[in-house]
Design a protein around this ligand. Structure first.
Ligand SMILES: [Zn+2]
Ligand SMILES: [Zn+2]
Length: 339
């Protein structure tokens, strides 16, 4: 089978690889679509170091082509989305339902080879069947949606709470849609790219704020009667926008640090956090329950992931796809690679 390997930062090659076969309890999945996200781009450009050569990719959908003994929940030809977090299932965190924090957890495309290849072997507990109406690209984007579901679950957003989402990239737009679905009001979408803000509006944002023109903290306060939003979601991944999120949250409110920055946030005013009892939440990945909910949200048509794709490439053109993905992040939502 063909696969794409990262030989060293920025060096991608399409190569032939040995066919894979499923072991007990595993499925053989024919990969249909992989979406490239910021995590992949950081590995591609060397910002995140991995063992080379490495097959990238973790946002994936495909079709079950074979399975081994012990597989009970799937049939040949089933369309599936794959949860790319491989867990042990036996450590205390796994037992307590916090398998996103598994002591020996590994992510496809980072700690082990990922999905930019024709066939993939995964444990059946990592696969989720998709109804026929769900496209392969939406199937691939269920993984990032599941991290959004996880984050908002931790923040426990209730109806009529105000929510501001800083950043309208693919996951920011998912946050905007999901907050709306939770009954949040108003939902304030903050971004810098007019096309993405238009998309946010079409996905239900009550207000859109262009941070290139106005101060997003001032605007969030203005739109919430000077109080700040009950929940502010930072979906950009910069220390300065996390600070804006903290400044824009209501006393007693919650900030979700969703877009994680490798740089530290300096001089956080702890007394100010304490006096207004602000909560800072750092969600990580997702649990199987979150993945299951993400599948339901897409299957029922409540969340639309189709508009999140900015460009489509064939697997052979992976190098061009990565160059496009990092060229101008402000213009790109997700880049999809198809087989
Ligand atoms: Zn991702
Ligand atoms: Zn574990």
């Amino acid at each position: 089978m063909r696969q794409v390997i990262l030989e060293s930062p920025r060096e991608l090659q399409v190569v032939d690889a040995i066919d894979v076969t499923p072991a007990v309890g595993e499925l053989l999945v024919e990969v249909k679509t992989t979406a490239i996200c910021g995590t992949d781009v950081h590995i591609y450009d060397g910002g995140t170091l991995v063992d080379y050569p490495r097959v990238l990719g973790h946002e994936v959908s495909g079709v079950v082509q074979d399975f081994s003994d012990g597989v009970t929940q799937f049939n040949l030809g089933d369309s599936v989305a794959v949860n790319p977090n491989l867990i042990c299932g036996n450590c205390e965190r796994c037992i307590l339902g916090k398998e996103n924090l598994c002591e020996s957890g590994r992510l496809l495309g980072r700690e082990i080879d990922g999905t930019l290849r024709e066939f993939l072997v995964v444990p059946q507990i990592n696969a989720f069947r998709l109804p026929p109406a769900v496209t392969f690209i939406s199937g691939a984007l269920i993984q990032p949606l599941s991290t959004v579901v996880h984050a908002q679950r931790l923040a426990d957003i209730r109806s009529h709470e105000s929510v501001a989402v800083l950043g309208q990239g693919a996951t920011g737009l998912m946050h905007t849609q999901l907050a709306k679905l939770s009954g949040a009001s108003p939902v304030i979408a903050v971004g810098r790219t007019p096309a993405k803000l238009e998309l946010a509006e079409s996905m239900g944002a009550d207000h859109v704020v262009n941070a290139a023109d106005v101060d997003p903290v001032y605007e969030t306060l203005r739109l919430t009667d000077g109080q700040g939003a009950d929940v502010v979601i930072e979906a950009i991944g910069k220390p300065e926008t996390l600070r804006q999120a903290i400044d824009a949250v209501k006393p007693g409110g919650r900030v979700i640090a969703f877009g994680i920055s490798p740089d530290p946030l300096l001089a956080l005013d702890l007394y100010r956090m304490y006096m207004a009892e602000r909560t800072l939440i750092f969600p990580r990945a997702m649990t199987r329950a979150d993945f299951h909910r993400a599948v339901s949200l897409v299957a029922s048509g409540k969340i639309d992931l189709g508009p999140m794709v900015s460009a489509d490439y064939a697997l052979e053109d992976a190098a061009a796809a990565f160059r496009f993905a990092e060229e101008d992040p402000s213009k790109v939502l997700r880049v999809a690679l198809h087989l």
